[in-house]
Design a protein around this ligand. Structure first.
Ligand code: ZN
Length: 239
């Protein structure tokens, strides 16, 4: 979902390593899995619980692939990614630095959504390009394939919302960076990001959809922190 220049999140633990990047799971993600299992168990016993948890794991495997789109693109510019943390609201790739060259930032930011687009296309073609019913929990192989097509399409669209520091917001910041200074571009993108985050949180309360409220809060604080970080750093030469 999101690429950031921060230390591993607290309350997270390692679950594996891939391409020299540590995969971490946040404590809230474990609670999320337990909640899914309990919710599904109460409606249909062990088999529902297994389907529910299995499906969430498949969705997050797609999220990890999205994050590795960012990771491998960043590596092309010599930027390492020490870790990726899975949260119930998505994945956060922790890059050792964010490229200041707008062209590089666009490539790194867009690589994740490109992976989601590709996955969506692959799953949808496996589903025979048939319409997908996402109203209920998938309980057959073909429904899982169809739902994964929809989920990856959703990840693509959602990440392209210009809510800095989500991927679309980073593209926006980079585009602004062609015309104004890196600092001004960051401040403007962060202001837009915070505004969209408040809209998301408001919508999440109105619907109600708690996950959207959490995501709005996460984007708001991340945008605020990145703007503060840019303001505290001396101006750098953009190469
Ligand atoms: Zn992303």
């Amino acid at each position: 979902m999101d690429i950031q220049q921060i230390k591993p999140l607290r309350f997270s633990f390692p679950i594996g390593r891939l391409f020299q990047t540590e995969l971490r799971m946040h404590g809230t993600f474990v609670l999320f899995l337990i909640w899914i299992a309990a919710d599904q168990f109460s409606s249909g016993g062990w088999s529902n619980a297994a389907w529910g948890v299995g499906f969430v794991c498949l969705v997050f495997a797609c999220v990890v692939m999205h994050e590795f789109g960012h990771v491998l693109a960043a590596r092309g510019f010599g930027i390492r990614t020490p870790d990726i943390t899975l949260l119930p609201i998505g994945g956060v790739a922790h890059l050792e630095r964010i490229p200041e060259d707008p062209k590089e930032e666009i490539i790194v930011a867009i690589a994740g959504p490109l992976v989601s687009a590709l996955l969506s296309l692959i799953f949808w073609s496996a589903h025979g390009f048939e319409p997908v019913n996402v109203q209920h929990q998938p309980d057959s192989f073909m429904e899982v394939i169809g739902s994964l097509a929809a989920v990856n399409g959703g990840l693509l669209v959602f990440n392209l919302i210009p809510a800095f520091p989500m991927d679309g917001g980073r593209v926006l910041r980079a585009m602004l960076g062609f015309r104004i200074s890196h600092l001004k571009a960051t401040q403007l993108a962060a202001a837009i990001g915070k505004f969209i985050a408040l809209l998301m949180a408001g919508l999440g309360i109105a619907v109600p959809m708690p996950m959207l409220v959490l995501l709005g809060m996460f984007i708001y604080t991340s945008a605020k922190r990145e703007a503060e970080l840019a303001e505290s750093q001396p101006a750098k030469t953009i190469y």
